[in-house]
Write a protein that binds this ligand. Sequence first.
Ligand code: NAG
Ligand code: NAG
Length: 384
Amino acid sequence: MEQKWKLMLTNSFFRTLSHVADFSELIGLQHYMGVMYLITLIEKVVPLSDEHVLVMEESFAGVEVLVYQPQQKTDGSDLRTAMVYLHGGGWCLGSPRMSPYDLLARKIVMDLNAVVLSVDYRLAPPNHFPVPYEDVYRVVKHFLQEEVLALYSVHPGRIAVSGDSAGGNLAAAVTQQLLNDPEQQVHFKAQGLLYPVMQALDLNTPSYQQNQDMPLLPRTLMVRFWSEYFTTDKRLFQAMMANTHNSPESSTLLKFVNWSAFLPDKYHKHYNYSEPVVMQADGKAVPENGHWRWIADPRASPLLVPDSALRVLPKTYVLTCEFDVLRDDGVMYVSRLRAAGVDVTHQHYETGFHGAMMFTVWPTDFQIAHLMTDHFVKWLQMNL
Ligand SMILES: *[C@@H]1O[C@H](CO)[C@@H](O)[C@H](O)[C@H]1NC(C)=O
Ligand SMILES: *[C@@H]1O[C@H](CO)[C@@H](O)[C@H](O)[C@H]1NC(C)=O
Protein backbone atom coordinates (compact mmCIF):
# COMPACT_ATOMS: atom_id res chain seq x y z
CA MET A 1 0.00 0.00 0.00
CA GLU A 2 1.08 3.52 -0.82
CA GLN A 3 3.07 5.34 1.94
CA LYS A 4 1.57 3.07 4.52
CA TRP A 5 2.67 4.77 7.74
CA LYS A 6 1.55 8.18 6.62
CA LEU A 7 -1.77 6.71 5.61
CA MET A 8 -2.19 5.03 8.99
CA LEU A 9 -1.55 8.33 10.75
CA THR A 10 -4.04 10.13 8.54
CA ASN A 11 -6.50 7.33 9.13
CA SER A 12 -6.12 7.51 12.91
CA PHE A 13 -7.24 11.12 12.75
CA PHE A 14 -10.31 10.15 10.68
CA ARG A 15 -11.15 7.27 13.01
CA THR A 16 -10.81 9.41 16.12
CA LEU A 17 -13.07 12.03 14.62
CA SER A 18 -15.58 9.33 13.72
CA HIS A 19 -15.63 8.10 17.33
CA VAL A 20 -16.12 11.64 18.61
CA ALA A 21 -18.93 12.04 16.07
CA ASP A 22 -20.60 8.81 17.20
CA PHE A 23 -20.35 9.88 20.84
CA SER A 24 -21.63 13.34 20.12
CA GLU A 25 -24.64 11.87 18.34
CA LEU A 26 -25.24 9.38 21.14
CA ILE A 27 -25.47 12.10 23.78
CA GLY A 28 -27.61 14.25 21.50
CA LEU A 29 -25.07 17.01 21.07
CA GLN A 30 -24.63 17.03 17.33
CA HIS A 31 -25.50 14.79 14.37
CA TYR A 32 -22.68 12.43 13.29
CA MET A 33 -22.17 14.22 9.98
CA GLY A 34 -22.14 17.58 11.75
CA VAL A 35 -18.97 16.56 13.57
CA MET A 36 -17.45 14.82 10.53
CA TYR A 37 -17.87 18.08 8.65
CA LEU A 38 -14.74 19.25 10.47
CA ILE A 39 -12.80 17.37 7.78
CA THR A 40 -14.21 19.85 5.28
CA LEU A 41 -13.64 22.89 7.48
CA ILE A 42 -9.96 22.29 8.17
CA GLU A 43 -9.16 22.29 4.46
CA LYS A 44 -11.34 25.26 3.56
CA VAL A 45 -9.76 28.13 1.67
CA VAL A 46 -11.05 31.31 0.08
CA PRO A 47 -10.55 30.71 -3.65
CA LEU A 48 -8.93 33.86 -4.98
CA SER A 49 -7.99 35.00 -8.44
CA ASP A 50 -4.28 35.08 -9.24
CA GLU A 51 -2.24 36.15 -12.23
CA HIS A 52 -3.23 33.08 -14.24
CA VAL A 53 -6.68 32.13 -13.02
CA LEU A 54 -9.79 34.23 -12.57
CA VAL A 55 -12.13 32.83 -9.90
CA MET A 56 -15.72 33.98 -9.59
CA GLU A 57 -18.54 32.95 -7.29
CA GLU A 58 -21.77 32.68 -9.24
CA SER A 59 -25.24 31.34 -8.77
CA PHE A 60 -26.46 29.10 -11.61
CA ALA A 61 -30.17 28.27 -11.43
CA GLY A 62 -30.09 29.06 -7.72
CA VAL A 63 -27.09 26.86 -6.94
CA GLU A 64 -23.72 28.24 -5.91
CA VAL A 65 -20.81 27.51 -8.21
CA LEU A 66 -17.20 28.57 -8.45
CA VAL A 67 -16.15 29.45 -11.97
CA TYR A 68 -12.43 29.19 -12.75
CA GLN A 69 -11.21 30.72 -16.01
CA PRO A 70 -7.88 31.55 -17.60
CA GLN A 71 -6.98 35.23 -17.04
CA GLN A 72 -5.83 35.52 -20.59
CA LYS A 73 -8.67 36.65 -22.86
CA THR A 74 -9.60 34.70 -25.94
CA ASP A 75 -10.09 36.58 -29.18
CA GLY A 76 -13.44 34.84 -29.58
CA SER A 77 -12.32 32.55 -32.39
CA ASP A 78 -10.48 29.97 -30.27
CA LEU A 79 -13.09 28.55 -27.97
CA ARG A 80 -12.13 26.81 -24.75
CA THR A 81 -12.80 23.41 -23.31
CA ALA A 82 -14.71 23.16 -20.05
CA MET A 83 -15.23 20.85 -17.13
CA VAL A 84 -18.04 20.62 -14.62
CA TYR A 85 -16.48 19.27 -11.41
CA LEU A 86 -18.39 17.60 -8.58
CA HIS A 87 -16.58 17.16 -5.28
CA GLY A 88 -16.70 14.01 -3.17
CA GLY A 89 -17.62 13.50 0.48
CA GLY A 90 -20.41 10.94 0.47
CA TRP A 91 -23.08 13.54 -0.41
CA CYS A 92 -22.73 14.70 3.22
CA LEU A 93 -19.29 16.33 3.39
CA GLY A 94 -16.94 18.29 1.18
CA SER A 95 -17.00 21.59 -0.65
CA PRO A 96 -15.48 23.10 -3.79
CA ARG A 97 -13.73 25.46 -1.39
CA MET A 98 -11.46 22.74 0.02
CA SER A 99 -7.87 23.32 -0.99
CA PRO A 100 -7.42 20.04 -2.96
CA TYR A 101 -10.45 20.87 -5.13
CA ASP A 102 -9.33 24.44 -5.53
CA LEU A 103 -5.86 23.28 -6.63
CA LEU A 104 -7.26 20.69 -9.03
CA ALA A 105 -9.53 23.27 -10.65
CA ARG A 106 -6.59 25.66 -11.14
CA LYS A 107 -4.45 22.92 -12.62
CA ILE A 108 -7.13 21.99 -15.14
CA VAL A 109 -7.58 25.64 -16.10
CA MET A 110 -3.84 26.02 -16.69
CA ASP A 111 -3.08 22.69 -18.34
CA LEU A 112 -6.13 22.61 -20.60
CA ASN A 113 -6.84 26.30 -21.06
CA ALA A 114 -10.26 25.31 -19.77
CA VAL A 115 -13.13 26.81 -17.84
CA VAL A 116 -13.89 24.82 -14.69
CA LEU A 117 -17.21 24.94 -12.93
CA SER A 118 -17.00 23.57 -9.38
CA VAL A 119 -20.49 23.01 -8.01
CA ASP A 120 -21.47 23.71 -4.41
CA TYR A 121 -24.50 21.41 -4.40
CA ARG A 122 -26.46 21.13 -1.16
CA LEU A 123 -25.55 18.26 1.17
CA ALA A 124 -27.36 15.57 3.12
CA PRO A 125 -28.48 15.62 5.84
CA PRO A 126 -30.55 17.83 5.83
CA ASN A 127 -30.83 17.72 2.03
CA HIS A 128 -31.53 14.09 1.21
CA PHE A 129 -31.72 12.61 -2.26
CA PRO A 130 -32.77 13.85 -4.77
CA VAL A 131 -31.76 17.39 -3.69
CA PRO A 132 -27.96 17.11 -4.22
CA TYR A 133 -28.51 15.35 -7.55
CA GLU A 134 -31.10 17.89 -8.68
CA ASP A 135 -28.85 20.81 -7.75
CA VAL A 136 -26.19 19.37 -10.02
CA TYR A 137 -28.67 18.69 -12.80
CA ARG A 138 -29.98 22.26 -12.69
CA VAL A 139 -26.48 23.73 -12.81
CA VAL A 140 -25.55 21.53 -15.75
CA LYS A 141 -28.74 22.42 -17.67
CA HIS A 142 -28.05 26.07 -17.07
CA PHE A 143 -24.41 25.93 -18.11
CA LEU A 144 -24.96 23.81 -21.22
CA GLN A 145 -27.01 26.48 -22.99
CA GLU A 146 -25.38 27.91 -26.09
CA GLU A 147 -25.72 31.50 -24.88
CA VAL A 148 -24.23 30.74 -21.45
CA LEU A 149 -21.33 28.83 -23.00
CA ALA A 150 -20.71 31.76 -25.31
CA LEU A 151 -20.33 34.09 -22.31
CA TYR A 152 -17.39 31.97 -21.17
CA SER A 153 -16.02 31.31 -24.68
CA VAL A 154 -16.62 27.57 -24.28
CA HIS A 155 -16.87 25.19 -27.23
CA PRO A 156 -20.20 23.32 -26.87
CA GLY A 157 -18.63 20.15 -28.24
CA ARG A 158 -15.73 20.05 -25.78
CA ILE A 159 -17.18 19.86 -22.29
CA ALA A 160 -16.48 17.16 -19.72
CA VAL A 161 -18.04 16.30 -16.41
CA SER A 162 -16.04 14.77 -13.62
CA GLY A 163 -16.12 14.01 -9.94
CA ASP A 164 -14.55 11.87 -7.26
CA SER A 165 -16.35 9.35 -5.06
CA ALA A 166 -19.88 10.69 -4.48
CA GLY A 167 -19.04 13.36 -7.06
CA GLY A 168 -18.29 10.58 -9.55
CA ASN A 169 -21.71 9.15 -8.75
CA LEU A 170 -23.35 12.50 -9.52
CA ALA A 171 -21.28 12.90 -12.69
CA ALA A 172 -22.28 9.47 -14.00
CA ALA A 173 -25.94 10.02 -13.13
CA VAL A 174 -26.19 13.46 -14.68
CA THR A 175 -24.47 12.30 -17.90
CA GLN A 176 -27.02 9.50 -18.28
CA GLN A 177 -30.06 11.59 -17.44
CA LEU A 178 -29.10 14.41 -19.76
CA LEU A 179 -29.20 11.96 -22.66
CA ASN A 180 -32.81 11.11 -21.72
CA ASP A 181 -33.81 14.72 -22.01
CA PRO A 182 -35.27 15.29 -25.50
CA GLU A 183 -34.90 19.06 -25.26
CA GLN A 184 -31.22 18.97 -24.38
CA GLN A 185 -29.01 20.10 -27.28
CA VAL A 186 -25.53 20.15 -25.76
CA HIS A 187 -24.15 16.99 -24.18
CA PHE A 188 -20.89 16.07 -22.50
CA LYS A 189 -18.02 14.95 -24.69
CA ALA A 190 -16.40 12.99 -21.88
CA GLN A 191 -16.90 11.88 -18.29
CA GLY A 192 -14.18 11.30 -15.72
CA LEU A 193 -15.22 9.08 -12.84
CA LEU A 194 -12.69 8.98 -10.03
CA TYR A 195 -13.28 6.05 -7.65
CA PRO A 196 -17.02 6.61 -8.14
CA VAL A 197 -19.93 5.28 -6.05
CA MET A 198 -22.14 3.47 -8.54
CA GLN A 199 -24.76 1.38 -6.77
CA ALA A 200 -26.61 0.92 -3.47
CA LEU A 201 -28.08 -2.53 -4.04
CA ASP A 202 -25.21 -4.81 -3.10
CA LEU A 203 -22.97 -3.56 -0.32
CA ASN A 204 -21.15 -6.89 -0.06
CA THR A 205 -19.19 -6.97 -3.29
CA PRO A 206 -15.73 -8.55 -2.98
CA SER A 207 -14.17 -5.10 -2.59
CA TYR A 208 -16.62 -4.22 0.19
CA GLN A 209 -15.60 -7.48 1.88
CA GLN A 210 -11.87 -7.20 1.24
CA ASN A 211 -11.61 -3.55 2.30
CA GLN A 212 -14.23 -3.32 5.01
CA ASP A 213 -11.71 -1.97 7.54
CA MET A 214 -9.43 -0.12 5.13
CA PRO A 215 -8.45 3.48 5.57
CA LEU A 216 -9.98 5.97 4.83
CA LEU A 217 -13.38 4.70 3.92
CA PRO A 218 -14.35 1.68 6.01
CA ARG A 219 -17.52 -0.11 4.98
CA THR A 220 -19.45 1.31 7.96
CA LEU A 221 -18.77 4.86 6.82
CA MET A 222 -19.75 4.16 3.21
CA VAL A 223 -22.97 2.51 4.41
CA ARG A 224 -23.55 5.52 6.63
CA PHE A 225 -23.12 7.86 3.65
CA TRP A 226 -25.51 5.80 1.55
CA SER A 227 -28.20 5.68 4.20
CA GLU A 228 -27.84 9.38 5.05
CA TYR A 229 -28.16 10.23 1.38
CA PHE A 230 -31.69 8.82 1.49
CA THR A 231 -32.89 9.23 5.05
CA THR A 232 -31.94 9.76 8.68
CA ASP A 233 -34.13 6.74 9.56
CA LYS A 234 -31.60 4.44 11.27
CA ARG A 235 -33.40 1.32 10.06
CA LEU A 236 -32.05 1.84 6.57
CA PHE A 237 -28.50 2.02 7.94
CA GLN A 238 -29.02 -1.21 9.88
CA ALA A 239 -30.53 -3.01 6.90
CA MET A 240 -27.74 -1.79 4.62
CA MET A 241 -25.09 -2.96 7.09
CA ALA A 242 -26.66 -6.44 6.89
CA ASN A 243 -27.14 -6.10 3.09
CA THR A 244 -30.83 -6.88 3.60
CA HIS A 245 -32.18 -3.57 2.32
CA ASN A 246 -33.45 -4.71 -1.07
CA SER A 247 -37.15 -4.60 -1.78
CA PRO A 248 -39.08 -6.65 -4.35
CA GLU A 249 -38.80 -3.60 -6.62
CA SER A 250 -35.03 -3.21 -6.40
CA SER A 251 -34.46 -6.97 -6.60
CA THR A 252 -35.42 -6.97 -10.29
CA LEU A 253 -32.37 -4.75 -10.85
CA LEU A 254 -29.87 -6.98 -9.03
CA LYS A 255 -28.85 -8.37 -12.40
CA PHE A 256 -27.15 -5.04 -13.17
CA VAL A 257 -24.87 -5.29 -10.14
CA ASN A 258 -24.13 -9.00 -10.35
CA TRP A 259 -20.44 -9.07 -9.52
CA SER A 260 -20.09 -12.72 -10.35
CA ALA A 261 -20.94 -11.74 -13.93
CA PHE A 262 -19.27 -8.30 -14.22
CA LEU A 263 -16.00 -8.61 -12.30
CA PRO A 264 -12.91 -10.13 -13.89
CA ASP A 265 -12.19 -13.55 -12.48
CA LYS A 266 -9.25 -12.38 -10.34
CA TYR A 267 -11.55 -10.22 -8.23
CA HIS A 268 -14.29 -12.68 -7.50
CA LYS A 269 -12.63 -16.08 -7.47
CA HIS A 270 -12.02 -15.96 -3.72
CA TYR A 271 -15.59 -14.97 -3.00
CA ASN A 272 -18.79 -16.95 -3.56
CA TYR A 273 -21.61 -14.94 -4.99
CA SER A 274 -24.82 -14.83 -3.01
CA GLU A 275 -27.70 -12.65 -3.96
CA PRO A 276 -28.62 -9.94 -1.43
CA VAL A 277 -31.58 -10.89 0.75
CA VAL A 278 -34.84 -9.31 -0.39
CA MET A 279 -37.23 -8.04 2.26
CA GLN A 280 -40.91 -8.23 1.52
CA ALA A 281 -42.70 -4.90 1.57
CA ASP A 282 -45.01 -6.06 4.33
CA GLY A 283 -42.07 -7.07 6.49
CA LYS A 284 -41.33 -4.78 9.41
CA ALA A 285 -37.91 -3.86 8.06
CA VAL A 286 -39.14 -2.17 4.90
CA PRO A 287 -41.53 0.75 5.36
CA GLU A 288 -43.93 0.86 2.43
CA ASN A 289 -43.36 4.46 1.55
CA GLY A 290 -40.55 6.88 2.00
CA HIS A 291 -36.95 6.67 1.13
CA TRP A 292 -36.42 3.00 0.52
CA ARG A 293 -37.64 3.18 -3.04
CA TRP A 294 -34.84 5.59 -3.89
CA ILE A 295 -32.22 2.86 -3.71
CA ALA A 296 -33.50 1.54 -7.04
CA ASP A 297 -33.37 4.96 -8.69
CA PRO A 298 -30.63 5.17 -11.35
CA ARG A 299 -30.10 8.85 -10.49
CA ALA A 300 -28.73 7.54 -7.19
CA SER A 301 -27.30 4.26 -8.53
CA PRO A 302 -26.18 4.86 -12.13
CA LEU A 303 -25.16 1.22 -12.53
CA LEU A 304 -28.84 0.28 -12.58
CA VAL A 305 -29.63 1.38 -16.12
CA PRO A 306 -30.10 -1.14 -18.95
CA ASP A 307 -27.48 -1.56 -21.68
CA SER A 308 -29.52 0.58 -24.07
CA ALA A 309 -28.87 3.57 -21.80
CA LEU A 310 -25.15 2.82 -21.64
CA ARG A 311 -24.56 2.54 -25.39
CA VAL A 312 -25.11 6.25 -25.95
CA LEU A 313 -22.65 7.42 -23.29
CA PRO A 314 -19.58 9.50 -24.16
CA LYS A 315 -15.92 8.61 -23.74
CA THR A 316 -15.28 7.62 -20.17
CA TYR A 317 -12.32 7.59 -17.82
CA VAL A 318 -12.65 5.44 -14.72
CA LEU A 319 -10.11 5.47 -11.90
CA THR A 320 -10.24 2.64 -9.36
CA CYS A 321 -8.09 1.74 -6.37
CA GLU A 322 -7.30 -1.70 -5.05
CA PHE A 323 -7.75 -0.73 -1.39
CA ASP A 324 -11.22 0.70 -1.73
CA VAL A 325 -14.67 -0.66 -0.89
CA LEU A 326 -15.83 1.03 -4.10
CA ARG A 327 -13.32 -0.70 -6.37
CA ASP A 328 -15.93 -3.11 -7.72
CA ASP A 329 -18.52 -0.38 -8.32
CA GLY A 330 -16.05 1.20 -10.74
CA VAL A 331 -14.86 -2.07 -12.25
CA MET A 332 -18.42 -3.27 -12.88
CA TYR A 333 -19.24 -0.01 -14.64
CA VAL A 334 -16.16 -0.45 -16.82
CA SER A 335 -17.25 -4.00 -17.75
CA ARG A 336 -20.77 -2.96 -18.54
CA LEU A 337 -19.71 0.12 -20.54
CA ARG A 338 -17.21 -1.86 -22.58
CA ALA A 339 -19.77 -4.57 -23.29
CA ALA A 340 -22.08 -1.80 -24.51
CA GLY A 341 -19.37 -0.50 -26.86
CA VAL A 342 -18.44 2.69 -25.00
CA ASP A 343 -14.86 3.97 -25.31
CA VAL A 344 -13.49 3.48 -21.77
CA THR A 345 -10.07 4.16 -20.30
CA HIS A 346 -9.70 2.28 -17.03
CA GLN A 347 -6.82 3.25 -14.76
CA HIS A 348 -6.50 0.92 -11.81
CA TYR A 349 -4.02 1.69 -9.03
CA GLU A 350 -2.78 -1.46 -7.32
CA THR A 351 -1.41 0.51 -4.35
CA GLY A 352 -4.16 3.13 -4.26
CA PHE A 353 -6.68 3.78 -1.50
CA HIS A 354 -10.03 5.52 -1.56
CA GLY A 355 -9.80 9.29 -1.83
CA ALA A 356 -6.09 9.20 -2.72
CA MET A 357 -6.23 11.75 -5.53
CA MET A 358 -7.24 14.58 -3.22
CA PHE A 359 -4.31 14.13 -0.84
CA THR A 360 -2.23 16.78 -2.52
CA VAL A 361 -1.82 19.23 0.35
CA TRP A 362 0.73 19.14 3.16
CA PRO A 363 0.81 17.50 5.71
CA THR A 364 -1.42 14.85 4.16
CA ASP A 365 0.17 14.86 0.73
CA PHE A 366 0.76 11.53 -1.02
CA GLN A 367 2.91 10.94 -4.10
CA ILE A 368 0.18 8.81 -5.66
CA ALA A 369 -2.17 11.80 -5.64
CA HIS A 370 0.10 13.67 -8.05
CA LEU A 371 0.51 10.61 -10.24
CA MET A 372 -3.27 10.17 -10.44
CA THR A 373 -3.78 13.84 -11.25
CA ASP A 374 -1.15 13.77 -14.00
CA HIS A 375 -2.64 10.65 -15.62
CA PHE A 376 -6.10 12.14 -15.56
CA VAL A 377 -5.03 15.51 -16.95
CA LYS A 378 -3.11 13.76 -19.75
CA TRP A 379 -6.19 11.80 -20.66
CA LEU A 380 -8.23 15.01 -20.74
CA GLN A 381 -5.64 16.70 -22.95
CA MET A 382 -5.93 13.87 -25.43
CA ASN A 383 -9.66 13.33 -25.32
CA LEU A 384 -11.39 16.62 -24.70
C1 NAG B 1 -25.43 -13.65 -11.38
O1 NAG B 1 -24.59 -14.27 -12.31
C2 NAG B 1 -24.45 -15.66 -12.14
C3 NAG B 1 -23.51 -16.18 -13.23
O2 NAG B 1 -22.37 -15.40 -13.35
C4 NAG B 1 -25.80 -16.33 -12.26
O3 NAG B 1 -25.66 -17.72 -11.96
C5 NAG B 1 -26.79 -15.70 -11.30
O4 NAG B 1 -28.07 -16.22 -11.50
C6 NAG B 1 -26.84 -14.20 -11.48
N1 NAG B 1 -27.72 -13.60 -10.50
C7 NAG B 1 -28.43 -12.50 -10.77
C8 NAG B 1 -29.27 -11.96 -9.69
O5 NAG B 1 -28.40 -11.93 -11.85
C1 NAG C 1 -17.00 -21.08 -1.88
O1 NAG C 1 -17.69 -22.26 -2.12
C2 NAG C 1 -16.84 -23.41 -2.24
C3 NAG C 1 -17.71 -24.61 -2.67
O2 NAG C 1 -18.88 -24.64 -1.93
C4 NAG C 1 -16.12 -23.65 -0.92
O3 NAG C 1 -15.25 -24.74 -1.02
C5 NAG C 1 -15.31 -22.39 -0.58
O4 NAG C 1 -14.71 -22.52 0.68
C6 NAG C 1 -16.20 -21.15 -0.57
N1 NAG C 1 -15.37 -19.95 -0.43
C7 NAG C 1 -15.66 -18.96 0.39
C8 NAG C 1 -14.71 -17.81 0.42
O5 NAG C 1 -16.66 -18.94 1.09
